[in-house]
Design a protein around this ligand. Sequence first.
Ligand code: NAD
Length: 472
Amino acid sequence: MSKQNDNRRDFLKKTAIAGTAAAVPCALARSQVHAGSTPSESVVRQPIGLIGAGGMGVGNMSSAKDMVDVVAIADADSGRADSANKRLSEGKADTYKHYQEILDRDDIKIVHIATPDHWHTKPLIEAMYAGKDVYCEKPLTLTIDEGKQIRKVQKETGRIVQVGTQQRSTFDLFTKAVAIVQQGRLGKIKKLTCAIGGAPTSPEIPVAEVPAELDWDLWLGPAPKAEYRFLQQKKKEGQKRAKFNSNCHYEFRWWYEYSGGKLTDWGAHHVDIANWALQLNGQTAGPISIEGTAEHPVEYKDGFAVQKDQYNTANSFDFSVKYANGTEMVIKHNTSNGLLIEGEKGRIFVNRGKLTGGPVEALEDNPLPEDAIQQAYKGLPMEYNERKAHWSNFLHCHREQIEPISDVHSHMQMLNICHLAGISARFGGRKLNWDSKVEQIVGDEQANAFLARPYREGYEIKMPEMASSSSK
Ligand SMILES: NC(=O)c1ccc[n+]([C@@H]2O[C@H](COP(=O)([O-])OP(=O)(O)OC[C@H]3O[C@@H](n4cnc5c(N)ncnc54)[C@H](O)[C@@H]3O)[C@@H](O)[C@H]2O)c1
């Protein structure tokens, strides 16, 4: 622990009292269901541990600031932990380098994981085993095999896990779009097109000195050993800040070692809504194949980038995902970000700014049933909108111990599609036949080798019997 003082003790006392009250199931919350309503009286502040205090961790905690008290922060970069502490907790939270110290605390019942993607599965599984409920950022995994492990442990422990796919909680956009589908206004869905944009490219990024506050080995964690890279660019006219290229903070997205590029960064959002719409349209079976085209900014050999000093995720791609009943999902690099859903009776387009199409216009004369959006939202309370609504949903489900709107099972079902696209991309878009029952690629051992990833020694997932004996 890097800091302890009287202020903190007062702070903890206050939040511990709030936490006790919050554990009482709240019938009131169920009856107060109004999209965009003012804060419900049922909201009781929860003490929370933040793991990963970067852009999204701090952003999420700011969105949820009326509902949570951040009492502990863990980050591999102590500078980031300290600055988040000042910003979120008036400097009164405890700060740590190792998240295990948060998991060891009995006063913290919920944690928020907002680390880079390669650092999601391990802390999520360990948090569930430590008895915590978790809001974990998307994408939950780097591989399909990690998804199997998370589902298994979630079932075994019964912990409540919300995935950070907050588009599900945008009641006037994505939730309404899937409600339109669920109410049969498009008829049977034929095609879904997810336009998610390609990853950026980079110049060669040189090896650089690791900043003093960053524990680079810890940041790398389960990923392969690599050198820290950083390139400061010159500030261009009109830019607020000069850009940089790196293989660390924020930029990890553009390296397969730490992420899936746009295919999981944005795929986790739009493919999620597409898959949700399909399920509400009555189609629960997974896809049977994927094929397409994909280009990377660097040369690839046997599924791996040859160069080690440039962004390596796909910068352009166009995939066709096929289902046994003839439905098609397209995932493509495209500038107009959004999701197009085409059915027998019409089509709608939705993104973070608009919901359009004939069936939307038709609502004027033939509105949706009053409870249609709530029905799509699994009957759960609908307070606030977007990120804050997603947090409100999680905290409600934590109090009631019920499944939240972005559940582990449906997340994995759709993330399998994003990961398959990533595997196919490594081989230029090669066709992969998929058996969704056993979660295996059929007849392609080279591609199947990418269903799992090796964990670097010392950073394996801690199972309960190992948890107390290991130091990392
Ligand atoms: N839901 C959304 O719309 C949305 C938007 C942005 C980011 N995200 C997700 O949030 C996650 C974080 O993204 P970001 O942009 O905030 O990245 P970031 O690099 O800004 O922040 C990640 C933080 O995690 C820290 N970290 C790394 N290893 C750690 C460890 N072992 N323990 C504790 N901290 C560790 C890093 O030092 C860094 O401060 C990603 O998975 C990303 O996909 C989601």
